[in-house]
Design a protein around this ligand. Structure first.
Ligand SMILES: [Zn+2]
Length: 166
């Protein structure tokens, strides 16, 4: 089983919580789907470095990831940048979005970092809609008919990741 380290920069408590949740939920998803890679915060192996980037707008639901891979598409190192602040429009005005929404964005970028370059559907969709929860904890991101969390990968994404992490 390959190990990949997620190194969290000074990204604030909100993103730290969301990234840890993304690591934990991706690991159980990978285990369930037979994808042979495990993420660990400050763990062993090649490193995904995570930081926030003020040039990414707070209304964005995408980060930016650049990954360096070997000839087989396996990760050497990656750099994930996340928006500093995530917001959502509520009836009473714009408020900070909840951890669940942040988790989906972090997990999406981590999967890019693991060598899944294209956008398709489920967690790796290109187009997202924000879904307002009754409370911030209930905020979700919707791709097609699917609202996440919980995180879900398409069969195509599972096959692609299995091909990289055998
Ligand atoms: Zn993307």
């Amino acid at each position: 089983m390959a190990a990949v380290s997620v190194k969290l920069g000074n990204i604030g408590s909100h993103w730290t919580t969301a990234c840890k949740q993304a690591v934990s939920d991706l690991n159980s998803l990978f285990r369930r789907k037979g994808i042979r890679v495990t993420l660990a915060v400050n763990g062993a192996g090649p490193t995904i470095s995570v930081r926030t980037d003020p040039s990414i707008g707070g209304t964005a639901v995408h980060g930016k990831t650049s990954a360096e891979t070997d000839g087989a598409g396996k990760l050497l190192r990656a750099d994930v940048r996340l928006p500093v602040k995530l917001t959502i429009s509520a009836p009473k005005g714009i408020r900070d979005a909840g951890t669940g929404m942040a988790e989906v964005i972090a997990a999406h970028e981590f999967v890019h970092a693991l060598g899944h370059e294209p956008h398709n559907s489920h967690l790796m969709a290109q187009t997202w809609n924000k879904v307002l929860g009754d409370r911030a904890a209930g905020d979700k991101l919707q791709a097609g008919a699917l609202a996440m969390p919980p995180l879900e990968l398409s069969d195509e994404s599972v096959d692609m990741l299995k091909g990289i992490w055998t």
